[in-house]
Design a protein around this ligand. Structure first.
Ligand code: COA
Length: 276
């Protein structure tokens, strides 16, 4: 581990070159999210955002599971008589699982293995990509213990799931596998567990090779236009395209045009331009 890699009580950082794994780390509790885990995730994502070596973030869980949802003991019961702690935990829970991840300036991948329940759905949905083990177990289990998929879960599932699936799995609490999640496009792809990390790294490394500015502006553009009218989107995308030309420190567009049109050294349809 590099000297600058931070440590946290409930989150672990693992580096693989430009790819940083931000790992929920309460394996003995199936990575159920305690208030401290939420605070640590806020700090870990802030660190990863500023860390120059980190080009892609993978969010995953330690000990063979992604996340067993909110910690019923520490997050719910533990803050019942402490309104200040409840407010702080709720704010941190929302901040990293939605605000930070969905606005993250670098590509993010949720790598899901083992269990993923309840509040664990939100970061999976907020990440740009989600890759699961075929035998991962997803479940919107809230209904099983008498609550609704709160926080932002009910809203988030309707962003990525077909409405029928969202209702079905929220109201029945029935589990679905990683392979089923891939079939319904809740995650991008699923793989046998033995290949999950290698396949996730393959995707992460391919993202790390692309122009960081183009990747960031592309994901920001897609996220923003979803809630715009056609005319607003057209105007916004024109402005965003112009802005990219000016903010890209690598001047990727100019380099790529030169390499394709003048030097004939690459084909944009088939791969990346040379960033060096
Ligand atoms: N909150 C608090 N503690 C949790 C937890 C959660 N969401 N999920 C697991 N744990 C704890 C268990 O209480 C147990 O603690 P203990 O060792 O002190 O008894 C430990 O983690 C291991 O859990 P266990 O149930 O023994 O493991 P398992 O592998 O047999 O089952 C689950 C794992 C995830 C299927 C099961 O723990 C479970 O159903 N958890 C709740 C999932 C859920 O509904 N989450 C949504 C919350 S909104």
């Amino acid at each position: 581990m590099s000297a600058e890699t931070p440590t946290f009580d409930c989150v672990k950082i693992e580096r693989e070159g430009p790819v940083t794994f931000v790992v929920l780390n309460r394996p003995e509790k199936r990575n159920a999210m305690s208030p401290q885990l939420h605070l640590d995730m806020c700090d870990a994502l802030d660190w990863a955002q500023m860390d120059e070596q980190t080009r892609v973030v993978v969010v995953t869980g330690a000990g063979g599971n992604f996340c067993a949802g909110q910690d019923l003991k520490l997050y719910f019961r533990g803050t019942e008589d402490d309104p200040k702690a409840r407010v702080r935990a709720r704010a941190a829970a929302h901040e990293w699982r939605w605000n930070k991840l969905s606005m993250f300036p670098k590509p993010t991948i949720a790598m899901v293995h083992g269990y993923c329940f309840g509040g664990g759905f939100t970061p999976v949905i907020a990440c740009d990509f989600a890759i699961a083990a075929d035998d991962a177990t997803f479940g919107l289990s809230e209904v099983n213990w008498g609550i609704i998929p709160g926080g932002l879960v009910a809203w988030a599932v309707t962003q990525v799931m077909n409405y029928r699936d969202a209702i079905y799995y929220s109201v029945t609490g029935e589990q679905f596998s990683g392979a089923e999640a891939a079939a319904m496009k809740f995650v991008n792809k699923s793989y046998p567990l033995a290949n999950l990390r290698a396949e996730t790294l393959k995707l992460a490394n391919s993202l790390a090779e692309k122009s960081p500015a183009a990747v960031r502006y592309t994901k920001e553009a897609l996220r923003s236009v979803r809630n715009m009218s056609k005319d607003q989107a057209l105007d916004y995308l024109n402005c965003k395209s112009d802005a990219l030309k000016h903010v890209d420190p690598e001047k990727g567009r100019e380099k790529a045009m030169k390499q394709f049109l003048d030097e004939k050294s690459f084909k944009p349809g088939l791969g990346n331009f040379s960033r060096s």
